[in-house]
Design a binder for this molecule. Structure first.
Ligand SMILES: [Fe+2]
Ligand SMILES: [Fe+2]
Length: 189
């Protein structure tokens, strides 16, 4: 994978939808911080942040009416939205040199520990550790992203929502994210 490849693939996302681009950057940043805080280093940290940048590449194939719909998607719209993971897989298949680990992060970021996720409904032990981190950070970011139709949710509230999902997301990793976000930052308002 080259820097050009990342820029090119992310550029396709930015051309299609600025929100998805910003969301991808936020996911990559929070994944890097979470990874760093649990001692992931070197190439693995680069893999994690690259996986964050590329996790939603396939959204460049999802129509804006679904991608940016305010409020809840209908069942049919959700079926369309879920295909972004398969589109990401297609993009990887056409690209050279994107490491298997980066692909796994992107392809598993909507899987849940109890098997209720998509696209494959993988369970617990089948889930890659880095992808579990991506699942948590993706949900956290979606909740705290600013959208045209909603303000960003506060960090505390977003974390408490993730804490109410013990069957779906890895609570041990969540503790690390919580510690980092709620104890280490203390940034002025
Ligand atoms: Fe996604
Ligand atoms: Fe995402």
């Amino acid at each position: 994978m080259t820097d050009n490849q990342v820029t090119g693939l992310l550029g396709a996302v930015q051309d299609h939808d600025d929100y998805t681009y910003v969301h991808s950057l936020r996911v990559a940043i929070y994944l890097s911080l979470l990874g760093h805080s649990i001692g992931i280093k070197g190439d693995n940290l680069l893999t994690l942040s690259s996986g964050g940048l590329m996790h939603d590449l396939g959204k460049c194939k999802i129509p804006h009416t679904v991608l940016n719909k305010p409020g809840r998607l209908t069942d049919d719209e959700f079926v369309v939205m879920k295909t972004h993971v398969d589109h990401t897989g297609d993009i990887f298949d056409k690209s050279n040199d994107i490491s298997e680990s980066i692909q796994v992060i992107a392809l598993q970021h909507h899987e849940k520990i109890d098997g209720s996720g998509y696209p494959l409904g993988l369970k617990g032990g089948k889930l890659n550790e880095l992808a579990r981190m991506a699942t948590i950070v993706d949900i956290y970011s979606a909740l705290t992203d600013r959208r045209v139709y909603k303000p960003p949710m506060e960090a505390e509230k977003a974390i408490s929502i993730l804490e109410s999902m013990p069957n779906e997301v890895d609570q041990n990793l969540l503790l690390h994210l919580k510690a980092y976000l709620l104890e280490a930052t203390g940034l002025p308002e």
